[in-house]
Ligand binder design. Structure first.
Ligand code: KG4
Ligand code: ZN
Length: 321
């Protein structure tokens, strides 16, 4: 018998995503249609445009995911969908599609917390991390360290008090005139810069929390004062963010007595961070940035709601499922 197949759908922000994952955690396909270029000219995601594009793209993205897995809808045993947090209009497109698909076939459906997806992305694929482990999630909207005892849930040990790490990259890139999204832009400029040219502040509030807003202000002042070159500023700024993330993760590991580490979220794609956290289970790039495989992956550890129990399921901009 073929292993059970989960179809994952993720539309919480500006990427339209669908994926097929087995109950055993094998990623059969993982398709992402990025809207990045559309939003680039606005310097950030425009929610209304994101929702419309999801509507236009989702059917084709799901068809791609099915084809990539060599499957049809007949082979799907369960649907998983991101319920929140994210942009409400964008989430609604995915949730409505998931409900319609599941209801039409009488399939069970599992609503998934987007952040739970990032936390357990490392449990997918051949080099899967095993619980208990600590996971640093650093994305455009969130930065926190989670303790995972069982992959069905997680406990937040510390989180950012202001900007997310990805936001710090994005805002920094804007200050430096490097474009959007800022993470890859800063990383590229930093390749030719001196990470010790500028001494940016590192902030360690609370026990395991983060703060990046002072860092951003410090960059703004330096640029106003005419500091440069931009490569040195980018390299030093990136070093400060990576330092804070790596230091906190190290402290969390010691405090909790757990040495299995994972990272997730778009910032986990950062080359300097990956180098600093050598030894940590770092999922492949395509599982770090927003994707639907991590949503189907998280659903493996969550209950399936049988038809018609999910018909009144709603997207939620804030909820942690
Ligand atoms: O998880 P993600 O794809 O979307 C959400 O925010 O949920 O993360 C996007 C964030 C952006 O802020 C982007 O600048 C950052 O991840 N990012 C990076 C890199 N690639 C993406 N930050 C640092 N270095 C990178 N190479
Ligand atoms: Zn995300």
């Amino acid at each position: 018998m073929n292993p059970s197949l989960i179809l994952g759908i993720e539309t919480s922000c500006d990427d339209t995503c669908a994926a097929l994952v087995t109950e055993q955690g094998e990623v059969r396909s993982n398709v992402v249609a990025s809207q990045g270029l559309i939003h680039e000219k606005y310097g950030g995601v425009v929610p209304e445009i994101a929702s419309r594009r999801h509507l236009e793209l989702l059917d084709a993205v799901m068809a791609d995911a099915l084809e990539g897995a060599g499957a049809t809808l007949e082979d799907v045993d369960r649907i998983a969908v991101t319920r929140g947090p994210g942009l409400i209009g964008a989430l609604l497109v995915g949730v409505a599609e998931a409900k319609a698909l599941a209801a039409a076939r009488g399939l069970p459906l599992t609503p998934v917390d987007h952040l739970h997806g990032h936390v357990v992305a490392g449990t997918l694929g051949p080099d899967a991390v095993e619980a208990p482990y600590l996971c640093l999630v650093a994305s455009g909207g969130h930065t926190f360290i989670a303790r995972v005892e069982e992959p069905s849930s997680y406990t937040v040990l510390g989180s950012t008090l202001d900007d997310a790490a990805g936001e710090a990259f994005d805002k920094g890139a804007r200050i430096l005139g490097l474009g959007y999204p800022g993470g890859p832009a800063i990383q590229k400029a930093a390749e030719n810069g001196d990470p010790e040219a500028f001494d940016f502040p590192r902030s360690y509030p609370g026990e395991l929390d983060f703060s990046f807003s002072g860092l951003k202000t410090s960059l703004l002042y330096k640029v106003r004062d005419g500091a440069g070159p931009v490569e040195d500023l980018a390299a030093s700024y990136q070093r400060a963010i990576v330092d804070a993330l790596a230091t906190r993760l190290g402290q969390a590991a010691r405090r909790e007595g757990i040495d299995r580490l994972a990272i997730g979220g778009g910032v986990a794609a950062n080359a300097e961070l990956r180098e600093r956290l050598e030894g940590a289970a770092i999922p492949p790039f395509e599982l770090c940035t927003d994707n639907a495989a991590m949503i189907a992956g998280a659903a493996r550890f969550l209950p399936a709601v049988e038809y018609p129990g999910y018909l009144d399921l709603d997207a939620s901009a804030r909820i942690h499922a």
